[in-house]
Design a protein around this ligand. Structure first.
Ligand code: AMP
Ligand code: MG
Length: 346
């Protein structure tokens, strides 16, 4: 941090003040004093964008309905769409849950800290706004070391849970770098930088509040790994499944129109096009090399990791149309396929 003993105070000079603002609101998650500053802002009821292993979250203390209201306002998210509350460990979760046995307990034992969110009955009066006043609450324990450092410091300051949806405007593409968050909310938002998110798509959400567990949103962990841990099959979502943003048909969408195409159809369409093109970007495993074709990795985890950055890059380039080759319809691609289908929905 530069010292200001000599020369004018930054506040005397708007450009210097802006430059300082850029620096001051971008915190380094590896530095204990930066984590402390973020934790204090959260404890005071403010917002902080934080890294997790899935995507960046826009966090507020879960026990403060006014702080949580600021998340909904910043995102433009409807207030009846509940948020995931992030906790340091099982004892943090017990604060918000009525009970954590059964299916939820098994998933917690198997996967926490990690990219699995459990929905359980909510402890009366806890995190009302974060849970959109439902009788249930979504809980997750992130594995990212910076998220854990932040939650540890928050606990020391008396904060047990952070409500944190993805740090983007409602319906858009989730951020996987600190730069993405800044592109969404500008330089006034306090961002704790933890590097690029390792997994890159949102957590699996399992509703454990019913008779049978239901996968509400697939993530990177495959269905069979969840079922192994549960010791039984996941049930299909019934008609009574809670309507919520992650389960809307259209979500996670770039500004450009995204079309999902089978490999054969995509290659035929590309064969008709000139080698140099503007307005179109293609993301494909099998298409021939062109300047406007971005190769898609063969591995589902590698695609999940880069997917949102790729979509943001296409948008930044100003393309109007994105063609994506449909990945295989297999278990390890379920999370990526789910996000692509929602991004392609009208
Ligand atoms: P996001 O915070 O955008 O990753 O989305 C959180 C998701 O968690 C929502 O899309 C809901 O599907 C789900 N969710 C959160 N809280 C609840 C709840 N109490 N009951 C059912 N689903 C929930
Ligand atoms: Mg989101």
């Amino acid at each position: 941090m530069p010292h200001e003993r000599d020369g004018p105070l930054p506040s005397a000079n708007p450009a210097a003040r802006r430059a300082k603002g850029r620096l001051v609101n971008l915190l380094d998650g590896r530095r204990a004093e930066d984590v402390d500053r973020a934790a204090r802002q959260l404890a005071d009821g403010g917002l902080v964008a934080m890294p997790t292993e899935t995507v960046y979250g826009l966090a507020a203390r879960a026990d403060d309905d006014r702080a949580v209201a600021a998340i909904y306002a910043a995102k433009g998210r409807p207030a009846d769409h509940p948020l995931i509350v992030h906790v340091l460990d099982r004892s943090g979760a017990e604060h918000f849950a009525d009970a954590l046995g059964g299916d939820a307990g098994r998933l917690i034992d198997a996967f926490w800290p990690g990219p699995v969110t459990v929905i359980v009955r909510r402890a009366a009066g806890q995190a009302d706004a974060a849970a959109a006043r439902l009788g249930t609450i979504a809980l997750r324990c992130p594995a990212h070391p910076v998220a854990r450092a932040l939650l540890t410091r928050c606990r020391e300051l008396g904060v047990e849970g952070l409500a944190a949806p993805s740090a983007n405007r409602f319906g858009g593409v989730s951020p996987t770098t600190a730069g993405h968050v800044r592109a969404e909310f500008g330089e006034s938002m306090l961002v704790l930088d933890g590097g690029a998110c390792e997994l890159g798509i949102e957590s699996s959400i399992v509703d454990c509040s019913r008779d049978a567990p239901v996968l509400l949103r697939p993530g990177v962990l495959t269905r069979d790994r969840l079922e192994d841990a549960l010791g039984r099959a996941l049930a299909e979502p019934g008609d009574d499944a809670t309507a919520a943003p992650g389960t809307l048909d259209s979500h996670y969408a770039p500004a450009a129109t995204l079309r999902l195409m089978a490999g054969e159809q995509l290659r035929q369409a590309i064969a008709m096009l000139p080698p140099s093109m503007s307005g179109l970007a293609v993301y494909s495993r099998t298409a021939p090399r062109r300047p406007w074709v971005r190769p898609m990795p063969d591995d589902a985890r590698a695609v999940a990791h880069e997917l949102y950055a790729v979509l943001r890059e296409f948008d930044a380039r100003g393309v109007k149309l994105i063609w994506v080759e449909q990945p295989p319809d297999t278990a390890e691609w379920e999370g990526v396929n789910d996000r692509l289908q929602r991004a392609a929905a009208p």
